[in-house]
Design a protein around this ligand. Structure first.
Ligand SMILES: Nc1ncnc2c1ncn2[C@@H]1O[C@H](COP(=O)(O)OP(=O)(O)O)[C@@H](O)[C@H]1O
Ligand SMILES: O=C(O)[C@@H](O)C(=O)COP(=O)(O)O
Length: 425
């Protein structure tokens, strides 16, 4: 028996994270709809609904409020299991928001236990004895230590999460997961009996994630990166909650102009911007300090882009190396610098789409949030994957033709921007 109601309700704390997890579900055979913000109308017919919030760096109380509003809508829609999706590098501020949001959702769902697992092995994020690795490096040695808004300087997830939580945080180790679903369930019971409310779960590979998904089938709340989602469709199918679906990732064709906007300062985005420039393609930097002086960087970028687009696609970027970001932040403060750049790139996006750009690649989670909001998008259809965690998507809410690829700062190969544009029909 399959239901028209969504089985799974996902609350994602940023927009690239939302397309990441929606892509994971679609490519594992679940009919999934991604909505931007908490919708007002009835639930779409789908197995899963992913609500994209821009709450990762908000004050914790605001993030909690928005997440609870998303939960209420998903409960109303009939979702059986709730999934709080955060970043595979556990991006958070000292105040949260992973812990406060997870605990507020637990209280609202009247549940006393959940897991926390940001692992995404396909993208090199693994967890061993509670420590998060990015490739071969500990999180705290990776480029994430220089993130403009959420620098991650501690790789011990039990310690990081405990500092954000009222309840006790424990560890579900990989050797238990390796023993299978029953052993994992038993260990989860023991942890609960010891007073643990949130268990950081190790995962070295996809098999660990599949075991964890199966062991958590009856939990009302999961908290994780997108990796855990790969195991869910199978769990739901085995229970007869959803039918088997072929992958349906066809997107409408588009022949309009194409542009890339990058507001991410991650190591990967810096390399991707460099690759674009070195291959001789047109690129225009945005100067954050000039923005603070009131210069019309957005207007200039739109005019420049329009002069180039007949010849081919363009890149507008604020992406900068850590040293430059530190200089800008020392002058403007991290939050103001971030806001100015996000607002500028959102204006550029709006201006370009109004002038005929129909394919837009956006690098950066906060940046994508600002862009998608400025474009007044309410729903996205998930298309083919460009790289793990980054699908093409199509705006679905009206008659306009607009394809978006929202790239997490940390994801994608060095040639991601050219690859993404080359893949389009
Ligand atoms: N040159 C810069 N100086 C300071 N902050 C910047 C600069 N360029 C971008 N930013 C800000 O850094 C933040 C990057 O976050 P985000 O877009 O989420 O990227 P990521 O996906 O890498 O985390 C944004 O708020 C963006 O506006
Ligand atoms: O899990 C991930 O790494 C991504 O889905 C994600 O959340 C992206 O966040 P940003 O790095 O801020 O784009």
């Amino acid at each position: 028996m399959t239901s028209k109601k969504p089985i799974l309700g996902v609350i994602a704390d940023d927009f690239t994270g939302a397309t990441d997890v929606a892509g994971m579900l679609v490519h594992s055979g679940m009919r999934t709809v991604q909505v931007i913000g908490v919708p007002s109308g009835p639930a779409p017919a789908a197995d899963a609904v992913v609500i994209a919030l821009k709450s990762r760096t908000n004050p914790a109380s605001e993030a909690v409020e928005e997440s609870l509003a998303a939960l209420r809508w998903l409960q109303e829609a009939g979702a059986r299991q709730i999934y709080f999706k955060y970043c595979s590098t556990f991006d958070s501020t000292p105040a949260g928001n992973i812990g406060p949001v997870a605990e507020a959702l637990m209280d609202a769902l009247d549940t006393t236990f959940t897991v926390a697992c940001p692992a995404f092995p396909e993208n090199g994020r693994t967890i061993c004895r509670g420590h998060l690795f990015v490739g071969d490096e500990l999180l705290s040695d990776s480029g994430m230590r220089n993130h403009p808004l959420t620098p991650m300087t501690d790789s011990n997830l039990v310690r990081v999460l405990q500092s954000q939580c009222r309840g006790r945080v424990g560890l579900l180790r990989y050797d238990v997961l390796s023993k299978g679903v029953e052993a994992t369930r038993e260990r989860m019971k023991e942890l609960q009996a010891d007073g643990v409310r949130l268990a950081v779960a190790d995962a070295l590979d996809n098999e660990h994630l599949r075991t964890l998904a199966a062991a958590c089938a009856e939990l009302p709340l999961l908290t994780a990166g997108s990796g855990l989602a790969l195991g869910l469709p199978q769990v739901y199918r085995e229970r007869g909650w959803i039918a088997m679906h072929g992958e349906d990732t066809n997107l409408p064709k588009s022949s309009g102009y194409a542009a890339v906007l990058s507001g991410s300062c991650s190591t990967a985005s810096n390399q991707q911007v460099k690759h674009w420039i070195q291959s001789g393609r047109p690129a225009l930097p945005i100067d954050a300090l000039a923005l603070a002086e009131g210069r019309d960087e957005a207007g200039h970028a739109i005019a420049w882009a329009m002069s180039q687009l007949e010849k081919g696609s363009v890149l507008v970027y604020a992406t900068a190396e850590p040293e430059r970001v530190r200089t800008v932040q020392a002058t403007l403060g991290a939050a103001r610098a971030g806001e100015l750049v996000e607002r500028c790139l959102a204006q550029v996006a709006r201006g370009l789409v109004d002038r005929g750009v129909e394919r837009l690649v956006v690098a950066g989670g906060e940046t994508s949030g600002a862009v998608v909001k400025a474009l007044e998008v309410s729903r996205l259809r998930i298309g083919p994957l460009i790289d793990p965690g980054v699908p093409w998507t199509a705006v679905q809410d009206d008659s306009r033709s607009l394809l978006l690829a929202l790239k997490s700062g940390n994801f994608g190969s060095t040639d991601f921007f050219t690859k993404a544009l080359a893949q389009l029909p």
